[in-house]
Design a binder for this molecule. Structure first.
Ligand SMILES: Nc1nc2c(ncn2[C@@H]2O[C@H](COP(=O)(O)OP(=O)(O)OP(=O)(O)O)[C@@H](O)[C@H]2O)c(=O)[nH]1
Ligand SMILES: [Mg+2]
Length: 327
């Protein structure tokens, strides 16, 4: 069955691809064998992360980039994270509308993901969805995420090239920027440069970048007016230039291997967590332990210790070893 599904998927069946994504989003572990096959067929796509504050124009930029990539015959996948964000008032439909270049083109696949549970971070399944798109033959995969705090730096865990979108007159945000966004961005876009203050923002960003230690890549600061396509070609060129640099310095490959390792760990963590939740809801002795904690008869430390001992009898999962008594 898996073989048949896999063949269909590899032959470009979008129905199967969508179904698989849904299963992955739901945390359905029965797709692991299929995902194993899929992950063996990944590694070709260039992954672009795009982040920035709500309403900065990310989706408009993505739409214009899709057009350029398609013009150059790249197959494109897009993942929009957190379209249901309270900050944007449910921009799901908005993202779809703004990505007009995606509609009706079979070589563009757009998927929206709710940022379920991952406090401020990327939706937990983004990595897998990106893998599916990669194996599905997409050569460029763009991950759009609303940049609010942590999400901005999380995007780097999936992206080869990270675009950070700012708008003129950022004010206080400049302060926050120093905290980490400078390090994660490969290309800064100052969008809405039809507005006053764009040149100042470009200058301020460049000045801040002067503080960064010299490396193999100095982030570019590019002004755009996404509405009328101004500056988008420069963004496109910068993305390809960054990609070439990554390949030449072998970073492209290194980052992929590092990501595989991280992915392996996050899968183990997820599996262990769901195992604990499942068992403590099912096994009477374990249920009893949890209830005792809930009723205040048992402290949480002993509760955790007792449950873990039951579940992982041979494992040295409790750091202080056997017994755990204070001497
Ligand atoms: N004036 C001006 N408006 C723009 C520009 N680019 C985008 N917009 C408008 O800004 C609004 C938000 O654009 P989006 O592309 O949805 O922004 P976004 O960053 O994807 O928004 P969220 O996904 O909701 O965070 C829309 O009304 C766009 O038409 C620009 O260069 N200049
Ligand atoms: Mg958007």
């Amino acid at each position: 069955m898996t073989k048949e599904l896999l063949d269909k998927f590899l032959s470009g069946d979008t129905f199967i691809a969508s179904k698989l994504m849904k299963q992955v989003e739901n945390g359905d572990q029965s797709v692991w064998p299929m995902m194993r096959e899929i992950s063996r067929r990944t590694g070709n796509a260039h992954i672009i992360g795009i982040t920035g504050p709500p309403g900065a124009g990310k989706s408009t930029i993505v739409d214009k980039l899709i057009y350029l990539f398609r013009e150059n015959h790249y197959k494109v996948g897009v993942v929009c994270v957190d379209p249901s964000s309270p900050f944007t008032g449910g921009a799901f439909l908005g993202d779809r509308i703004r990505m007009s270049h995606a509609t009706g083109d079979k070589d563009v696949f757009v998927r929206s993901l709710a940022n379920r549970g991952a406090l401020g971070g990327l939706a937990p399944r983004v990595k897998e969805i990106v893998q599916i798109l990669d194996a599905f033959g997409k050569e460029i995969i763009i991950v759009e995420t609303v940049g609010v705090g942590q999400a901005e730096s999380d995007v780097i865990h999936v992206a080869d090239t990270t675009l950070v979108v700012e708008v003129p007159g950022m004010g206080d945000r400049m302060q926050a920027l120093k905290a980490g966004i400078l390090e994660i961005s490969d290309i800064f876009i100052v969008n809405k440069c039809d507005r006053e203050g764009a040149q100042n923002t470009v200058r301020d960003l460049n000045m801040m970048l002067d503080w960064l230690p010299e490396g193999s890549w100095r982030p570019k600061v590019l002004p755009t007016n996404a509405l009328n396509n101004q500056g988008i070609q420069e963004v496109y060129d910068a993305i390809l230039e960054h990609k070439s640099m990554l390949i030449q310095t072998n970073k492209w490959k290194e980052q992929r291997l590092q990501r595989s390792k991280n992915h392996c760990f996050s899968m183990m963590e997820q599996a262990v967590i769901s195992y604990i939740h499942k068992k403590t809801g099912e096994v009477p002795e374990l249920k009893k332990i949890v209830e005792s904690v809930l009723e205040g008869d048992l402290d949480p430390y002993s509760g955790a210790e007792n449950v873990l001992k039951e579940l992982f009898s041979s494992a040295e999962i409790i750091k202080y070893g056997k017994g755990g008594q204070i001497k």
